[in-house]
Design a protein around this ligand. Structure first.
Ligand SMILES: *Cc1c(COP(=O)(O)O)cnc(C)c1O
Length: 383
């Protein structure tokens, strides 16, 4: 079905392009909403994963909140109908303009990542004569066991406030009268495929939650971020992640008080599987030990393999050959890291064949660049 749709699209559109399955996105959204509401959990969509206007529109309709990491993402969320009362704003380097914009829109919460940021938000809020709701982004020192470039919850990472700073933060907050501390925020990393790190996170959060209560802060919001991984190896078998089991870990191990809400920020889990990068083979180059399939898509369209050695399933949907050959599937960009996969087994491949790079809906199109003066990448949708 998808294959037929892609081939039809290719017959009248220039490659490379992103091709999104909006039915799958819709099903994913319905599942997330159904599974999270069983526990009364609140889910924010992590905007940075994909900001394609059609994708954002569909997500906005589902009623999820928004998790933003820049002023422009906050703006994009507001302009696409996300309620400001469901927008959270994280990031280690929020500029004054970005903070002012978010204050102006009365967003739900700033997830603050450093002591100095608390002072700056307080100062800007006082100028607008507003009280800014904030959560402390805390570094729980939980190892997410994922690629080192996408782990975020360790002491050595740039994100969050460390537990040894808590006493100082508490003293400081007493003097920051334009801030209202409403919650604690955590995000330990991305593409976490094992639920054990989330259990560890829960146990850590319980301790910290109790610590703040002992200090007189009965905080209504606990936000545990996102990070649940998807199956890049078998996108057809697992086109939906097991949201029920994911939320159950929090249900089983998080000790929430009656007045506390649990919030999540999911990016990849929502959009990764609905997107594919479609490309054409430009050349086949046979070496002594290595055969190359050179595509018209490269790291400018999808940088994940070059940036963090990410795996994507690669399929040739136009060859019906029975002979399987190994290819290094590479792009046209003048960088050796411009490689989608090494020794990929494909049916014998020829110039003009259509190659689908699967599971590219998250951190794909959003990271596209015009390096080498490439055309801006296009996108199409199957309904
Ligand atoms: C990127 C990010 C997320 C989403 O991560 P996924 O792995 O895509 O679910 C959530 N929260 C914060 C603060 C982030 O930076």
């Amino acid at each position: 079905m998808l294959k037929e749709n892609i081939l039809t699209q290719v017959s009248h559109s220039k490659t490379p392009f992103y091709y999104y399955d909006l039915n799958l996105l819709q099903t994913t959204l319905e599942t997330v909403v159904a599974e999270s509401s069983k526990h009364n959990y609140h889910v924010h969509y992590a905007f940075k994963a994909n900001t394609n206007p059609q994708i954002i529109k569909l997500i906005s309709k589902s009623g999820l909140g928004a998790d933003c990491v820049s002023g422009n993402e906050v703006k994009c969320a507001v302009e696409n109908g996300f309620e400001p009362s469901k927008i959270v704003f994280a990031g280690v380097g929020k500029s004054d303009d970005e903070i002012n914009y978010a204050l102006d829109k009365n967003i739900f919460c700033f997830n603050c990542e450093s002591m100095q940021e608390l002072e700056v938000i307080n100062e800007l809020a006082s100028q607008q004569n507003k009280i800014a709701s904030i959560a402390l982004r805390i570094n729980p020192n939980v190892d997410a066991h994922t690629h080192k470039y996408i782990t975020t919850g360790l002491e050595e990472n740039k994100f969050g406030i460390n537990p040894y700073e808590f006493e100082e933060v508490i003293v400081k907050l007493k003097n920051l009268e334009y801030l209202k501390l409403i919650g604690l925020h955590f995000h330990i990393g991305s593409q976490i495929t094992d639920l054990a790190p989330f259990k560890k996170l829960c146990l850590k959060v319980n301790e910290i939650n109790q610590f703040f209560l002992n200090k007189g802060f009965d905080l209504p919001i606990i936000n545990v971020g996102g990070g649940i991984g998807i199956n890049y190896h078998e996108p057809d078998r697992d086109n939906l992640i097991d949201f029920a089991s994911y939320f159950k870990v929090f249900h089983d191990f998080m000790e929430l008080r009656k007045n506390q809400e649990l919030h999540f920020e999911l990016g990849r889990a929502i959009v990764a599987q609905c997107g594919n990068l479609i490309s054409k083979v430009l050349y086949i180059k046979n070496g002594i030990n290595t055969n190359f399939a050179i595509l018209d898509a490269g790291m400018t369209e999808l940088i994940r393999p070059a940036l963090y050695q990410a795996f994507h399933k690669i399929e040739n949907i136009s060859s019906s050959s029975n002979s399987i050959i190994k290819y290094d599937v590479v792009g046209p960009i003048c960088e050796s890291s411009d490689c989608f996969g090494k020794a990929v087994e494909l049916p014998e491949t020829h110039r003009g064949d259509i190659i689908v790079i699967r599971s590219a809906g998250a951190y794909g199109e959003v990271m596209a660049s015009r390096y080498n003066l490439r055309d801006e990448v296009r996108s199409y949708f199957s309904e």
